[in-house]
Design a protein around this ligand. Sequence first.
Ligand code: ATP
Length: 137
Amino acid sequence: RERTFLMLKPDAVQRGLVGDIIARFEKRGYKLVALKFMNASEDLLKRHYADLSSKSFFNGLIKYMSSGPVVPMVWEGKDVVKQGRSMLGETNPLASLPGSIRGDYSIDIGRNVCHGSDSTESAKHEISMWFTEKELV
Ligand code: ATP
């Protein structure tokens, strides 16, 4: 069964959006497989965002993502990778439709509420970075 990795970013935690975003995925019919609440180390975040390491915003992104707790999660169900990205909206919140998570809750690309894997391969890789096999319930 298909799984994806989602991570609520520090802005989602700080603004009290955790419950609402989880509820959207539950109500859609997806199954929660793993979840934790943690301060992510810069080392882990650099590995997570390794493909962006040449970008001008990389250092700011790592600093931001380590500035407060995040909520990494694994969700399972039909087409969850693609549907999850669609529920999130576009990377730039200003290009996101109302009804999507970013379209409803954000206006700033650096504070876009939630991460979602962009393919089944990256989902597998990200899940293994953030969770041990035992933590997947
Ligand atoms: P995510 O990986 O968070 O789901 P994404 O896959 O839609 O986002 P990426 O291109 O992988 O987008 O960028 C990762 C994150 O880096 C974005 O979610 C955003 O928070 C940040 N980011 C991307 N582009 C910019 C930018 N031009 N300026 C500042 N931050 C950016």
